[in-house]
Design a binder for this molecule. Structure first.
Ligand SMILES: Nc1ncnc2c1ncn2[C@@H]1O[C@H](COP(=O)(O)OP(=O)(O)OP(=O)(O)O)[C@@H](O)[C@H]1O
Length: 210
């Protein structure tokens, strides 16, 4: 089973400490929430987990079955949903899915699988058919990002405020999918300020801010 270990991790920006001496053990099969006020370092922690940022001190090590994963092997297993992620605006939902699945060398979706995936994230097929993503609403884009995550079969989910910009049904879908992913053995790290999302988690890293 996959695991992610933060050992004494410190991150500073321009000499200002954002995360200080953080140690945590995250395991496949669990949801870990990262909470804290605005600016406390939740996104920074997620970016370090994704290896997009390096800690100034300490280490973050991913393992599978006790064996350390190489950076490439780890990256191939990450599914990242962040506010910075953007699907291609001049492609449709289907074209974006095909592109990102192709990028991961995953099998393309059959028409039935595509319809099922849209339904799972609450996108109506007649709402998205033939429409460029640039004409999607913010919530529709977020749902598409989640569809790309689900289709990717990544088993390490790094989610930065995945419920932001979603309505009640969308936020409930996020909670359901995060729980279902962990119950299927995936590792889910979820930065959130939403109490209901936090309640889905098995463990919580609470950042105090500096
Ligand atoms: N690349 C950067 N350079 C300088 N400072 C940064 C950088 N990235 C983040 N910070 C600072 O680090 C602190 C933590 O930011 P971060 O985005 O991780 O907070 P957050 O907890 O995710 O906030 P929010 O709830 O508002 O999304 C903030 O003070 C931010 O300005």
């Amino acid at each position: 089973m996959v695991s992610l270990t933060f050992s004494d991790v410190t991150k500073r920006f321009a000499g200002r400490t954002v995360i200080e001496h953080l140690s945590a053990e995250l395991a496949g099969g669990t949801v870990t929430a990262v909470t804290g006020e605005n600016g406390s370092g939740k996104s920074t922690l997620l970016k370090m987990a994704a290896k997009l940022l390096l800690p100034d001190e300490g280490k973050i090590v991913a393992r599978d079955g006790g064996q350390e994963l190489s950076k490439a092997a780890y990256r191939a297993r990450i599914g990242l949903v962040t506010p910075e992620f953007h699907a291609y605006p001049k492609l449709t939902a289907r074209e974006n899915l095909d592109f990102f699945l192709g990028f991961r060398r995953a099998a393309p979706l059959s028409p039935v699988q595509y319809e099922q995936l849209l339904a799972r994230v609450g996108l109506a097929s007649d709402q998205v058919a033939g429409k460029f993503v640039e004409h999607f609403s913010t919530g529709m884009r977020k749902r598409l990002h989640l569809a790309i995550l689900l289709a990717s079969e990544a088993d390490i989910w790094l989610l930065d405020e995945p419920g932001a910009n979603l309505d009640d049904a969308g936020r409930s879908m996020v909670r359901r999918e995060a729980r279902r992913a962990a119950d299927a053995g995936k590792l889910v790290l979820l930065a959130t300020n939403d109490r209901e999302e936090e309640a889905v988690a098995d463990a919580c890293i609470s950042l105090s801010g500096h």
